[in-house]
Design a protein around this ligand. Structure first.
Ligand code: NAD
Length: 437
C-alpha cells in the first residue's frame, strides 16, 4: 500500500516507520521544515527507544520518505493518515482542531478520488463528519473518511504499535474498512484484535480509554493518601487488587499524578464533548480535579520533609520527562513541582537522562546537571520524580554522603525504606505507611 502520513510527531513518525516496516511505502509529511530536514539527514526529532534504527532501516530500503511538500507526499497514496496535534484549546479545554482542519483543507486540493482519509489524531466525536464536510466543500469527491485512533505509549511506542492490544477502526463504508484491513494485515495475521465500529464510536473509544486510565491512576493515588494516614502500604494494596483479573495490575502505581501529552488534554476534551452533549461525566470531572490538585501538592511533600520551609534550601530533582524513556515534557508533573520549589525559595539542581533539552524550554531559574549524583550534591532533599531505570540502582550511600541533608522523597516508590535508611537517608515514599508526607 502507499500511505501518506500528515504530521510527523510522536505518533506520525512512529506509525509511519512501523507501516513502512510492514512493507508499505510511506511518505511522512510535516510543515516543520527543520524536522523534515533533520529526518532527511538521519536526525530524530524525538527520543524514542528503537526509533532511529527503525527509521534508518526503512529509509535506506526506500520505503520511508520525508517531505514538506503535501502534493508530493500524498501522490499515489491509497490512504492519507492525519496525525497532527490536537492540543487542549486555551480556556475551555476543548480539543483544538485547527491543525486537523488546516491539514484537511490543504489535503482537499490535492487528494485523488478513491483515497481514504484516516484520522489517527485523537479527535472528538463528530470530527470525522466535519472532515467529510470540509472535503466536500473544498471539492474533493469520492473520498472516504475513517477513524483509527492510536493507543501507543511513548517510551514503548514501537512495541505498542507492532503488538497492539487492539486496533480500532471506525468507518462508515466498506471500501475504507478494506483499505485499513489491508494496511494492518501483518498485525491481523499476528492475531491482533481489530475492532470495526462506526466512526463516532471509534472516536469516542479513544477518549474513553484514556479517561478510564486516568481514573485508575487517580484512584490509586487517593488510596495512597489513605495508606499514609492509616499505616498501610499502597504497593501491597495495588498488588492485592491488581491480581484480580477484573481490575488488572497496570496503571495502579501511586505517584505524583499523571501528565504527558494525552491524559490531561484528553480528559478535558471528553468533558467538553459531554458538556456539549448535555451529559455530565462526574467521575472524569473529579479525576481531572484530583490530578491537578495532586500535581500541585507535590511541593508540599518536599516542604514538609524539610521541616516546613523551603527558603534557602537546595533540592535535587531526578527526572523531568513526564515518564521514563521519552523526552516529552508536555504537562509533566515535574513542571509544577519545580516551579513551586523555586517560587518558595529553594534552589533546584535537576537531572534527566534525555529530556534536559526539552526541559530547558519550559523550566527556568534552575540548574541542569549531567548526572544523578551531581543533582544530589549539596542537596537538603533529593526528589525522584521520573522513574528512569538508571535511578533504580543508585549508590545510596554515595548519594547520602554528597548531600547536605538527608531527605529522600521518592515520588515513584523506586526504593525501599529499609535500604534508604541503611544508607542514612530519611525516606518518604508515596502511600507506604507512616511517616507519610
Ligand atoms: P506532535 O506535536 O508530536 O506532532 C504533530 C506534528 O504535526 C508536528 O510535527 C507538526 O509540525 C505537524 N503538523 C501540524 N499541522 C500540520 C500540517 N497541516 N501539515 C503537516 N504537518 C503538520 O503530536 P503527537 O504527540 O504525535 O500527537 C498527534 C496526535 O496523536 C494527537 O491528536 C495526540 O492526541 C494523538 N496521540 C498521541 C500519543 C502520544 O503518545 N504522543 C498517543 C496516542 C495518540
Amino acid at each position: 500500500m502507499r500511505i501518506a502520513m500528515i504530521g510527523t510527531g510522536y505518533v506520525g513518525l512512529v506509525s509511519g516507520a512501523c507501516f513502512a516496516d510492514f512493507g508499505h511505502r510511506v511518505c511522512c509529511v510535516d510543515k516543520d521544515e527543520s524536522k523534515i530536514d533533520g529526518l532527511n539527514a538521519g536526525k530524530m526529532p524525538i527520543w524514542e527507544p528503537g526509533l532511529e534504527a527503525l527509521v534508518k532501516f526503512n529509509a535506506d530500503h526506500g520505503r520511508l520518505t520525508f517531505t514538506k511538500d503535501l502534493v508530493e507526499g500524498v501522490k499515489g497514496a491509497e490512504a492519507v493518515f492525519i496525525a497532527v496535534g490536537t492540543p487542549a484549546r486555551r480556556g475551555d479545554g476543548h480539543a483544538d482542531l485547527t491543525y486537523v482542519f488546516e491539514a484537511v483543507r490543504e489535503l482537499a486540493k490535492v487528494i485523488a478520488p478513491g483515497t481514504v482519509v484516516v484520522t489517527k489524531s485523537t479527535v472528538p466525536v463528530g470530527t470525522g463528519d466535519q472532515i467529510e464536510q470540509i472535503l466536500r466543500e473544498e471539492g474533493a469527491t469520492d473520498v472516504s473518511v475513517a477513524s483509527n485512533p492510536e493507543f501507543l505509549r511513548e517510551g514503548a511506542a514501537i512495541a505498542d504499535f507492532k503488538h497492539p492490544d487492539r486496533i480500532v477502526v471506525g468507518a462508515e463504508d466498506e471500501s475504507a474498512q478494506e483499505v485499513l484491513k489491508e494496511i494492518y494485515r501483518p498485525l491481523f495475521l499476528n492475531r491482533a484484535p481489530i475492532l470495526f465500529t462506526g466512526r463516532r464510536t471509534a472516536e469516542l473509544t479513544k477518549y474513553a480509554a484514556n479517561a478510564f486510565l486516568a481514573v485508575k491512576i487517580s484512584f490509586i493515588n487517593e488510596i495512597a493518601d489513605l495508606c499514609e494516614a492509616v499505616d498501610a502500604d499502597v504497593q501491597d494494596v495495588a498488588r492485592g487488587i491488581g491480581l484480580d483479573n477484573r481490575i488488572g495490575a497496570k496503571f495502579l502505581h501511586a505517584g505524583p499524578g499523571y501528565g504527558g501529552s494525552c491524559f490531561p488534554k484528553d480528559t478535558l476534551a471528553l468533558l467538553q464533548t459531554a458538556e456539549n452533549a448535555g451529559v455530565d461525566q462526574r467521575i472524569v470531572r473529579t479525576t481531572v480535579q484530583v490530578n491537578d490538585d495532586r500535581k500541585n501538592s507535590m511541593v508540599d511533600r518536599v516542604e514538609r520533609g524539610l521541616g516546613g520551609d523551603l527558603k534557602g534550601k537546595s533540592v535535587g530533582v531526578l527526572g523531568l520527562a513526564f515518564k521514563p524513556n521519552t523526552d516529552d515534557m508536555r504537562d509533566a508533573p515535574s513542571i509544577p513541582l519545580v516551579e513551586a520549589l523555586v517560587k518558595r525559595g529553594a534552589t533546584v539542581r535537576a537531572f534527566d537522562p534525555v529530556a534536559t533539552e526539552q526541559a530547558m524550554k519550559v523550566l527556568s531559574g534552575i540548574e541542569f546537571v549531567d548526572d544523578a549524583y551531581a543533582a544530589a550534591e549539596g542537596a537538603d532533599a533529593l526528589v525522584i520524580v521520573t522513574e528512569w531505570d538508571e535511578f533504580r540502582a543508585l549508590d545510596l550511600e554515595k548519594v547520602a554522603d554528597s548531600m547536605r541533608g538527608t531527605v529522600l522523597v521518592d515520588l515513584r516508590n523506586v526504593y525501599d525504606r529499609e535500604e534508604a535508611e541503611e544508607a542514612g537517608l530519611a525516606y518518604y515514599g508515596v502511600g507506604r505507611g507512616r511517616p507519610g508526607l
